[in-house]
Design a protein around this ligand. Structure first.
Ligand code: FES
Length: 166
């Protein structure tokens, strides 16, 4: 058995210390590589998945024409659209103010559509009665589907003269 102080014993102790340090650095390097690999994998998955915007459809069913009495203005909240029906017919109109985009409100007591933000007022036909709104409320295409339901397309604006006769 070798006694302490002999050359063989000292070398064995130095080898153990050097091995521990090497293992430690190997573990650090392994962790760093694993983290870099996970980051690269995450970027690859992100890049390869389709970059699609899921927006609500612009065309919607607005029920039956019979749901809208003559001389009524109905606000469809989830679409931010008015369905206006008069004795002439029916049309769909944006409820978004043409000034800065606030949602307007139908005021039956004054027979007006009013914007709560800066005070613009519109006729039920959509024309500006009081500013600062610069333009009338746009009208949207509305047609009857095969089953008799109203179909409103918010991507297609139409002239004021286009009224659906129902
Ligand atoms: S947003 Fe309607 S008046 Fe300003």
């Amino acid at each position: 058995m070798a006694a302490e102080g002999e050359p063989g014993v000292k070398e064995k102790s130095e080898t153990r210390t050097s091995g521990n340090r090497r293992d430690f650095f190997n573990e650090i390097a392994g962790c760093a590589l694993a983290i870099a690999g996970l980051g690269g994998a995450a970027i690859t998955v992100e890049y390869s998945s389709p970059n699609v915007l899921f927006e609500p459809p612009t065309t919607f069913r607005a029920g039956s024409p019979d749901d809208y009495p003559v001389n009524s203005v109905t606000f469809i909240q989830d679409q931010q659209v008015y369905i206006v029906r008069t004795e002439k017919g029916l049309w769909a109109m944006s409820a978004v103010c043409t000034h800065l985009g606030c949602i307007t409100q139908w005021k039956p007591e004054s027979n007006q559509i009013a914007c709560p933000c800066h005070g613009s007022k519109f006729q039920r036909e959509g024309n500006v009665q009081a500013g600062p709104a610069p333009r009338p409320l746009p009208r949207f295409s509305v047609r009857l589907a095969a089953d008799g339901a109203l179909m409103v397309d918010k991507l297609e604006t139409v002239k004021e003269t286009e009224i659906l006769k129902v």
